[in-house]
Design a protein around this ligand. Sequence first.
Ligand code: ADP
Length: 265
Amino acid sequence: MTQPIIEINHVSYRYEKENVLEDINLTINSGDFLGIVGPNGSGKSTLLKLILNLLKVQKGSIKLFGQEISRFKDWQNIGFVSQKANSFNTGFPATVFEVVSSGLTKKLGLFKFMSKADQATVLHAIESVGMHEFAGRNIGELSGGQQQRVFIARALVSEPKLLILDEPTVGVDVKNVQSFYEMLDDLNKKLGITLLLVTHDIGTISDKVTHVACLNKNLHFHGNTAEFESLNINEMSEIYGHDVHVLTHNHDHHDHHHHDKGAGR
Ligand code: ADP
């Protein structure tokens, strides 16, 4: 039976006078792999912050695992990889194993010894993202896409049921986006983790997702992948409020200098 993991009901949000989110209704069920797409400024981060309880719900309601968010306590069931996860690496000498182990600190406290079971959990997380050959490597030596995999592994060590990813394909070389999505597909299908990702880049959304939601202050579309693909270019442009051709070919911000060698499967 499908269990609702996130239930967003009639949620609106404003920082100042104007709503940046308006009457959002969205349910994410157990086993879903949902991609939320929307241009910059469309409210994606605001929505994630509301789901993560970093902003307070002003209007409407959000339930997590069937519980009103204000009463929700099982945050270890929710893994989050922020867009800023990448700043971890700059000049910071740490191996992949160490970075992923730092995901255990909530449970362990800093500087406690890792048990054999904890070590196995860390190695399993590293394996789940296809980075087992790199466990001893310095995080700074890896490509953007490989680093992103490591940050996902760090989120996986607390064995979340729901994993939320903010713009995970930024920094992933265009030619590796497909294998990156295959890794996410494995987490979804093999480990049974419900996945929610947001991206401004409609061109990188993959058919690996099971559902797509299009956000631009309002939720303009929510459906399965087939329904999303059957939207025509005019409907897309309306959702985006821009010419979609420009958006789908805008890969300039991606990292072209590194390769995800070995991280693919
Ligand atoms: P996205 O993640 O899709 O780029 P955001 O949720 O960051 O969109 O922003 C949605 C809107 O809210 C934008 O117009 C942005 O300028 C505005 N906004 C975001 N954060 C704040 C804030 N702290 N104070 C005021 N306005 C904000």
